[in-house]
Design a protein around this ligand. Structure first.
Ligand SMILES: Cc1ncc(COP(=O)(O)O)c(C=O)c1O
Length: 446
């Protein structure tokens, strides 16, 4: 394939005319196209306000969002959910070592923030993860027992929904957090649109103190747009300064304007548009179910389409090639699972193509062996995440890594459950998991 620069590669990709089932969810629809242009790419001026100390238009837009979400405060990020995650964690940390409980399925931006803020993680592994017949679940008793053993836990951080659409039992988790007066932080990167489906299923209405919404993933706004919701008054005075510590001093006003338009769209059309979307999604799910490839989970995002093609003999690469024949581009095709992110801004032709692609998928004779997704938390850590990340490292073969300390996270995404976090020691079990996952080299401390 001819190698091109960024601009020409994107042009070439767009020229293929594939239906987008990946982010961003605006799907190049006229909604944003008609309303945004380079003239909104502007800087901080007396007329345009300042994101980190807003007093005029940004303040008005954020107040509009706060009113819509009924939070104590909702603030805008032009640095994606990554910036919201950094801000959330900064808000619960201080200058000392910070003990925080995390569900093990975290995005790499969370691991990086652990290093920046000197966070010591205490892990909870979601149960029955990826077992298609069971909910994705954290046992509140497990949280309770970690709280009892560690009085200095400052916050609990969970990811819900995950990439495949599994939703955690947030309400139960938040009740335990409340008993201990500890804030619950939710990375809702994949669930911003839940507000349009059922208001109560959004984590802000399930007892979370801080929630990060990566709105560009599932709602019509530009890549890089995100919201940070605050439901605890005490945290508000520190929020803007905390965000400014990690964000660019030149946030994109094009992105900020797209957040404004997106919130107007959600308030006016969100509920109806998602109702219509779910009808289209359900048709595709029905066909996928008949084919035996629908990934099912008892508590999941109704708008996410996750397919398991391994049980009809297709690798991710083979399935992607098949989809391309029908002019469909998925969000992700892995060894086992493929993920599609549909949006109300997709055109009808997009759903027709996906439906045809699924209908015309002929099962192969041989089912693929499932040898991935067996995760565990390594038993030993010799360094803090911060020390491990800031130390010198060497790259070694996984087969020669036993007894060594990881200096970088190994977190194949998806499923986004890190096999190794910086500071953890590689033992035989970790070595064989890495090999199983097709990883042959690992960065370890010198
Ligand atoms: C679970 C999760 N959290 C956070 C992020 C980071 O979001 P953003 O790309 O908006 O910075 C992602 C991105 O893929 C994610 O999947």
């Amino acid at each position: 394939m001819k190698k091109n620069d960024i601009y020409r590669s994107i042009k070439n990709y767009n020229h293929l005319g594939r239906s987008s089932f990946h982010t961003p969810a605006h799907k190049n629809n006229s909604l944003l196209n008609q309303n945004l242009s380079l003239s909104e790419d502007i800087t901080e001026l007396p007329d345009t306000d300042d994101l980190y100390t807003p007093t005029s238009c940004i303040d008005i837009s954020e107040k509009k969002a706060t009113k819509f979400y009924e939070t104590k405060k909702t603030i805008f990020s032009a640095g994606g959910n990554t910036l919201c995650i950094q801000t959330m964690l900064k808000l619960v940390c201080n200058a000392k070592v910070n003990h925080i409980m995390f569900s093990r399925n975290i995005h790499r931006s969370v691991i990086n923030t652990m290093a920046l803020l000197n966070i010591i993680p205490h892990w909870i592994l979601p149960q029955k993860y990826l077992n298609s017949n069971y909910p994705y679940y954290i046992n509140p008793e497990e949280i309770l027992s970690i709280f009892k053993k560690n009085e200095n836990i400052k916050a609990v951080f969970i990811t819900s929904p995950d990439y495949y659409g599994n939703i955690l039992n947030i309400k139960e988790i938040s009740e335990v957090c409340k008993q201990f007066s500890v804030p619950l932080l939710v990375d809702n990167a994949h669930g911003s649109h839940l507000i349009c489906i059922d208001k109560n299923s959004h984590p802000i209405n399930q007892g979370a103190s801080l929630v990060a919404d990566s709105i560009h993933k599932t709602l019509p706004s530009l890549t890089g747009s995100a919201l940070l919701h605050i439901t605890d008054d005490k945290l508000i005075p520190y929020a803007k300064y905390s965000m400014s510590m990690f964000g660019s001093t030149s946030p994109s006003f094009l992105i900020l304007s797209s957040i404004d338009l997106c919130i107007d769209w959600i308030a006016k059309n969100g509920h109806n548009e998602f109702k219509k979307l779910l009808e289209k999604v359900n048709l595709i799910k029905k066909t996928a179910n008949k084919k035996g490839i629908l990934y099912k989970s008892k508590c999941s995002d109704p708008a996410r389409i996750t397919l398991d093609t391994s049980n009809i003999g297709y690798t991710g690469d083979e399935f992607r090639k098949h989809l391309h024949k029908f002019k469909v581009e998925p969000e992700y095709c892995g060894k086992k699972y493929s993920v599609f992110i549909p949006s109300p801004l997709n055109a009808d032709i997009d759903f027709e193509r996906l439906q045809n692609a699924v209908l015309n998928l002929t099962p192969k004779e041989k089912v693929l062996e499932d040898k991935e997704y067996h995760f565990k938390i390594p038993t030993t850590a010799s360094h803090t995440v911060r020390n491990a990340v800031l130390s010198e490292f060497v790259t070694v073969s996984v087969n020669n890594s036993i007894g060594k300390c990881a200096s970088r996270a190994v977190a194949p995404c998806p499923p986004g459950i890190p096999l190794l976090i910086p500071g953890e020691i590689i033992q035989e079990e970790e070595r064989s998991l890495l090999i199983n996952y097709g990883i042959s080299e690992v960065d370890v401390l010198k």
